[in-house]
Design a protein around this ligand. Structure first.
Ligand code: SF4
Ligand code: SF4
Length: 474
């Protein structure tokens, strides 16, 4: 294989020059069948990302990540702080799924599904192509002095970027505080809610900074998932790869000359046209091999295929392939590592499904009041005092609630509320209650009692408590 022109490509990144200053990338506007497919995927994902905080299922926001109030909805399924273990398992499943996918298919999530890439490549960059033109025009404009044309174009572009950043910040806020609250705050007037307005301004500034200036450096420098690539990928992972066997052949890549017999000359199929480099949004040369900066956006595949078509050579010089496929023509197969991840994923999904089926919409907790023992009452009655907490995880009101002792003669008296009560949707009811039992029905100083929770006569939850009584000395 020919020595790469830039031998230091693994020690430096294209977005920072030797002086440590920002090297702005001006990628060529992508085109081709894969780009068209990417567009469709991104339209769907953009619509999903923008709509998810305003979609409701059974009255629950489809996706909600209210960190401050510790309320999370995933696919319309509410997770309470009490369900934190379910949330952790769901997150683990997500991480293992992405890991499995990465081991098998490289960083394709980055190029095709990550919100950062979708917003940057499919929204901001396309606006830039519309205002500033393609790569060469953008480079020319960048070098141009600050005349009326440049000022007009820059101000127009920055204004549009700011408006879009503001819209994204609003949607991001809706994921955090809920779509309903966001719409309410907008209608009531943002200055009535400065505690939300300030984060909104901060988010807008961060999004503007990321999409107008920081850009692909998020994927190269900041994103922890990108850093994991070196650990996850191996020779069997399918990634966007340059077929160096074919591209370099015996005598390496050479410029194209009409009517030459490249095979007879020992020249590779790569004609060193640099189109794959010019189109790359992270500024790398994929011909140097798999690199950390490659987000698998597939723009170079489209570009190289177009060139191959023009010079009548087979497409696929850059394609989805593993190192082993290029080196040894080995097709993709499930490795022991992949099978291991699939097994762990299947187990975790099974555990989550089991836990979800056991999860109740109402959670009851009844605890003895700290520091209290028991009280003797008339007619040989023993009384214990408890605090109770009922969590309604649904978006429906739960009414006509009552507690009953299971399999015991005794009474439950709720203090400061009626014997039946309601819990608001997604609400919590708290209070104090007394349980009274005949001493003759006790079997020692510690008795386990089962308490059933009923709503409209239907059993909806149960919990156990310890009932204290006097020690028996017989
Ligand atoms: S686009 Fe294809 S032919 Fe052109 S430099 Fe890249 S790999 Fe070589
Ligand atoms: S090397 Fe190709 S697939 Fe990788 S980021 Fe650059 S253009 Fe996208």
């Amino acid at each position: 294989m020919e020595t790469p022109e830039n031998e230091n490509f693994r020690d430096s990144i294209a977005t920072i020059n030797e002086d440590g200053k920002r090297n702005f990338i001006f990628p060529k506007k992508p085109s081709g069948p894969l780009y068209e497919k990417r567009k469709l995927v991104s339209y769907f994902l953009l619509a999903f990302l923008l709509a998810a905080p305003f979609i409701k299922i059974n009255g629950n926001q489809f996706l909600l990540f209210n960190i401050l109030e510790r309320r999370f909805n995933i696919f319309g399924f509410p997770f309470w702080p009490q369900d934190f273990y379910l949330f952790v398992i769901s997150m683990l499943i997500g991480v293992i799924f992405i890991t499995l996918f990465t081991v098998g298919f490289g960083r394709i999530f980055c190029g095709w599904m990550c919100p950062q890439t979708i917003f940057l490549e499919m929204v901001f960059r396309r606006i830039e192509y519309w205002i500033d033109g393609d790569r060469n025009k953008q480079m020319r404009l960048d070098r141009q002095k600050w005349d009326a044309e440049k000022i007009k174009k820059r101000l127009f572009k920055w204004f549009i970027f700011l408006v879009i950043s503001f819209i994204i910040a609003n949607v991001f806020l809706a994921y955090l505080i809920s779509g309903d609250k966001l719409l309410k705050y907008i209608t009531e007037g943002p200055f009535q809610h400065t505690e939300t307005l300030i984060p909104l301004v901060i988010f807008t500034s961060v999004f503007y900074f990321v999409f107008a200036w920081f850009r692909e450096q998020v994927c190269i420098i900041a994103c922890p998932y990108g850093r994991l690539q070196g650990v996850l990928l191996d020779n069997k992972s399918i990634v966007v790869a340059y077929d160096y066997k074919r591209g370099e052949a015996e005598n390496g890549r050479k410029k194209f000359r009409k009517n030459e017999d490249r095979e007879a000359l020992g020249n590779g199929d790569c004609i060193d046209c640099m189109q794959c480099v010019n189109v790359c949004p992270t500024g790398i040369d994929i011909r140097n091999g798999t690199q950390l900066e490659c987000v698998n956006c597939t723009a170079c595949i489209d570009e190289c295929d177009t060139i191959m078509e023009k010079i009548n050579l087979p497409k696929g010089l850059i394609r989805f392939a593993s190192e082993d496929e290029i080196e040894r023509k080995e097709p993709f197969k499930l490795t022991a590592r992949l099978k291991g991840y699939i097994a762990v994923l299947a187990i975790l999904i099974g555990v989550l499904a089991g836990m979800l089926s056991l999860r109740n919409d109402v959670e009851a907790r009844i605890l003895r009041l700290p520091g209290q023992l028991f009280e003797h009452k008339d007619n040989g009655i023993i009384s214990n005092v408890y605090t109770f907490k009922l969590v309604n995880k649904t978006s429906e009101e739960i009414d006509d609630l009552s507690f009953k002792l299971r399999g015991r003669d005794g009474t439950i008296t709720i203090v400061s509320t009626s014997e039946t009560f309601i819990v608001e949707p997604q609400g919590v009811a708290k209070g104090t209650l007394f349980i009274e039992l005949k001493q003759s029905d006790l079997s020692g100083d510690k008795n386990e009692l089962m308490i059933d929770v009923y709503s409209n006569g239907e059993l909806i939850e149960n919990t156990s408590v310890t009932f204290l009584g006097p020690r028996s000395f017989n």
